[in-house]
Ligand binder design. Structure first.
Ligand SMILES: [Zn+2]
Length: 379
């Protein structure tokens, strides 16, 4: 990056961990806003000779005549550090508005180890590497990092030996070795057409973006039933809840039991700020409470005191917590026998299932997040 002002702006947003940068210009007036974590907005009027939006267009490689872009992926190089963004631009009637949505660190390509799985969870994830057919679903609420987890799962496969493809509406990140195809209904590249083309090829592992309805769910099943390992995501509150969501969408219990092999449910929690983390002793009441709930006895916990790096909140960045349900023979039988969520959960726990709450508490114990954050997220 050659322009000093642009470089400073991007460096500032990296330092402040901004979620977005927005630049508005009208005539000679230029206003820049940074959306910072904890919903803090920082706006300033710029007194510059150069047109920032024109400079950004040049940097991104867009012709100056282009007045409209929607969600274009661009990775900036800021002093050797990559800053992945999604760019949108709208120019009309002398007003220009450019938005840089910064892809949060937690959405960037994680390796499996960085996702902070518990040892037992990592063992289950590793089992997937030997699977060559079936459906794996990553579920969770909106913005819980589902796509990022699927990306990191895809990365565990050897793309030099296996044919890995994905069908996505927005390609959030380039994954080396994966044939990523962008769905674009406007030019006739619709989901159905692309999927049938993929199934004719020898794709062995396929990622299909989000299951939103029965058609999407059926598409995933078709791909899984033809001997492919399929990864997809779905909005739901828990791993076991996902089974019922699929059923409500119109899949039969038999279809679910025969094809789904694993469900990972996840949530993002704020991470204790590494710059102001401090250990503190607990009062006897809290010690007892923690022990009753987790069976873990602890004397002290960590919290962030608050510093300039974390806007005095005590948190910086996010961490994923997970629960993983493996559809073992026992679970498959229960699914087919009209079992309740509770019955399935009890059986799963007997087989070693770690719930979201348990995973979160283990992360509280190691100082990665706090009890307050668990309460704030209503876990
Ligand atoms: Zn701090």
């Amino acid at each position: 990056m050659n322009n000093k002002t642009l470089k400073k702006i991007l460096q500032y947003s990296l330092y402040k961990e901004a979620n977005a940068i927005s630049i508005k210009t009208k005539g000679r007036e230029q206003i820049i806003s940074f959306s910072l974590p904890q919903f803090i907005e920082e706006t300033m009027e710029l007194n510059l000779k150069s047109d920032l939006i024109a400079l950004l267009k040049e940097e991104i490689g867009l012709p100056q005549s282009q007045t409209n872009i929607n969600n274009k992926y661009h990775k900036f190089n800021v002093g050797g550090k990559g800053l992945p963004t999604v760019v949108s631009l709208l120019e009309e009637e002398g007003q220009k508005n450019l938005q840089l949505q910064i892809i949060p660190r937690e959405k960037r390509l994680f390796t499996i180890r960085q996702l902070a799985w518990q040892k037992e969870q990592l063992r289950l994830i590793k089992l997937l590497s030997r699977k060559r057919a079936g459906l794996v679903i990553v579920s969770g609420p909106d913005n819980s990092g589902k796509t990022s987890t699927i990306y990191s799962l895809l990365k565990t496969f050897d793309s030099s030996k296996l044919n890995i493809s994905s069908l996505e509406y927005i390609i959030e990140e380039d994954i080396p070795g994966v044939n990523q195809i962008c769905i674009d209904d406007r030019i006739g590249l619709d989901f159905k057409k692309l999927l049938s083309a993929l199934l004719k090829q020898d794709s062995e592992i396929i990622m299909l973006e989000e299951i939103k309805n029965k058609t999407d769910a059926k598409n995933c099943l078709t791909a899984a039933a033809t001997g492919r390992l399929v990864f997809s995501s779905l909005k739901s509150q828990g791993a076991i809840d996902t089974l019922f969501r699929l059923e409500n969408m119109g899949l039969s219990k038999k279809e679910i039991a025969e094809n789904v092999i694993m469900i990972i449910n996840q949530r993002l929690l704020r991470k204790t700020c590494p710059y102001c983390i401090k250990k503190h002793k607990l009062d006897p009441k809290t010690i007892d409470k923690f022990k009753t709930y987790t069976n873990i006895k602890i004397q002290e916990l960590y919290t962030g005191r608050g510093c300039s790096r974390c806007q005095n909140t005590g948190y910086q960045g996010q961490i994923a917590i997970h629960e993983i349900l493996v559809l073992t023979e026992k679970i498959k039988n229960l699914v087919q026998r009209e079992s309740s969520l509770n019955t399935i959960q009890k059986a799963a726990i007997k087989e070693g299932f770690i719930t979201l709450e348990q995973d979160a508490l283990l992360k509280v114990k190691s100082g990665i997040t706090t009890i307050d954050e668990i309460i704030a997220q209503k876990l």
